[in-house]
Ligand binder design. Structure first.
Ligand code: KG4
Ligand code: ZN
Length: 340
């Protein structure tokens, strides 16, 4: 019998719903929230309100795109955390009510776990999945981790940021340069026409496999401030070069530790996941590393990099197979490292 799983993601500022048949993605609908752009970051109260407005139309569209009726669903998977509590509550409450109404089980999913497991989502023209164990560099707005993925729910974090996440480094740079939120996609675009060697910024000197991005932010801030003293038009005249140089630095920091992790663990299947894994420069760096170190690499497609419900549904599907169901009295969690 075909198992249809509905996934619901509402941890930050994207409301998303997806329907999978097994691991095959039938639909993956994502509604972003433009309302945060002018504030230069996500405003939690506005995010939860927008989720409330979006959730029913998004789920309705996901079911229609998948061409199935809600009565065919086998289970509902939802993101329990980590994320913004108000936002998580919208998805969690909806999942509970919908599961009760349909009299089907629900499955709780950890957001970071789901970012990694999206590599198991298949569709008509994509069915290649990684073998265990593999390494995953999980880079988003809130996390930067190197994870050894031993099995679907057996994961070990072997390196992580001690301060800012890689996505924050992109977002904070954009803010300094007067570019809109989220910074990653804009910087990625500008970087394509800039000179990556135009500026150099401080690099962290952190032992082991951990990361740090707060020093880079300060270094960018000081560089811009010092140049602005001599030339008030410094940012507008150099924005593409600044973006290219910052992006190059962030990617080098990320790749250095990833290469180190691969050497230390002897693992040569390497994936990237999370919003920053949409970065075209990071894709190029991964391809170059694959060539140099003979890695088998996995880069998620754009709609599976940033927040989406296909990843929640696929993680939920594996839990569903184990019979690992969630109870109606659970509450979301804002912070928790990889929950497996
Ligand atoms: O995974 P995600 O959608 O949400 C969180 O779980 O945080 O990641 C969002 C982050 C933001 O910091 C955004 O600037 C970054 O991903 N991002 C990118 C790109 N697209 C999104 N960073 C670099 N290059 C991109 N193309
Ligand atoms: Zn995310």
């Amino acid at each position: 019998m075909d198992e249809y799983i509905l996934g619901i993601e509402s941890s930050c500022d994207d409301t998303s719903a997806a329907v999978l048949r097994g691991t095959c993605v039938l639909s993956n609908v994502i509604a972003g929230q433009k309302v945060h752009e002018k504030y230069g970051g996500v405003v939690p109260e506005l995010a939860s309100r927008a989720h409330q407005q979006n959730i029913i139309p998004v789920i309705d569209t996901a079911l229609k795109d998948a061409k199935i009726d809600k009565k065919q669903l086998s289970a509902i998977a939802f993101t329990r955390g980590p994320g913004l509590l108000g936002s998580l509550l919208v998805g969690t409450s909806f999942a509970k009510a919908f599961a009760l109404t349909l009299d089907i089980p629900m499955v709780e999913v950890d957001h970071m776990n789901a970012h990694i497991l999206v590599h198991f989502a298949t569709d008509a023209d994509h069915d290649e999945v990684p073998d265990f164990p593999f390494l995953c560099l999980t880079v988003s707005g809130g996390h930067t981790q190197i994870v050894v993925v031993k099995d679907y729910f057996d994961m070990e974090v072997i390196g992580q940021t001690i301060d800012d996440a890689a996505g924050e480094a992109f977002d904070k740079t954009a803010k300094i340069l007067g570019l809109p939120y989220p910074g990653g996609p804009v910087i990625d675009k500008m970087a394509k026409i800039g000179n990556p060697d135009a500026f150099s910024f401080a690099r962290p000197n952190i032992p082991g496999l951990n990361y740090s991005f707060s020093g880079l932010k300060t270094s960018i801030l000081y560089t811009v401030r010092d140049h602005l003293r001599d030339n008030p038009k410094f940012i507008e005249e150099n924005v593409a070069d600044l973006c290219a140089s910052v992006q190059k630095t962030i990617i080098e920091i990320l790749m250095n530790k990833l290469v180190k992790a691969a050497k230390q663990t002897g693992i040569s299947t390497v994936a990237i996941a999370g919003g920053v894994s949409a970065n075209s420069g990071l894709h190029d760096a991964m391809r170059a590393a694959a060539e140099k170190y003979k890695w088998r690499i996995f880069i998620p497609r754009l709609s599976y990099s940033t927040d989406n419900a296909a990843m929640v549904a696929v993680a939920g599907y594996f839990k569903y197979l184990k019979g690992d169901f969630a109870s109606q009295d659970l509450t979301p969690y804002a912070r928790q490292s990889l929950n497996v």
